[in-house]
Design a protein around this ligand. Structure first.
Ligand code: H2B
Length: 118
């Protein structure tokens, strides 16, 4: 996996390249549990994770927040009772960058180590 740092968050620049249709078709295979949603005219990657309690859900949201801070690239995190909806897109460039797929894959790793999954 690409070693990303805050300084390398090219997806956070408005002129960074969006993934092409061909790249998208390949990258989405790596994260089969994620859905593509179109909002405000751009694509986003989204997945719902279920937990036994709100506390478990909140701990997961915090863990995803921590990997986001490491690279300076941030998701939308909707924390509810027993449920977290994670959405990745590159807001500066209004679309999907390769970084969003990398972060979705990292989110899956965080989820596989998370306590209280349902
Ligand atoms: C200044 C700062 O680096 C930028 O606003 C970053 C922060 N995190 C970000 N996260 C995401 N997902 N997209 C961005 O465009 C983005 N921009």
């Amino acid at each position: 996996m690409t070693a990303l740092s805050q300084a390398q968050c090219e997806a956070c620049r408005a002129d960074a390249p969006k993934v092409s249709d061909e790249e998208l078709a390949e990258l989405i295979k790596e994260i089969p549990d994620w859905n593509i949603e179109v909002r405000d005219g751009h694509m986003e990657l989204e997945r719902v994770f279920l937990f036994r309690t709100f506390k478990h859900a909140l701990a997961f949201s915090n863990a995803v927040g921590a990997i986001a801070e490491e690279v300076g690239h941030h998701p939308a995190l909707l924390t509810e009772w027993g449920k977290v909806t994670v959405t990745w897109w590159s807001h500066e460039m209004k679309g999907l960058h390769r970084n969003d797929f990398i972060m979705a894959a990292r989110t899956d790793v965080v989820a596989s180590n998370a306590e209280g999954r349902k």
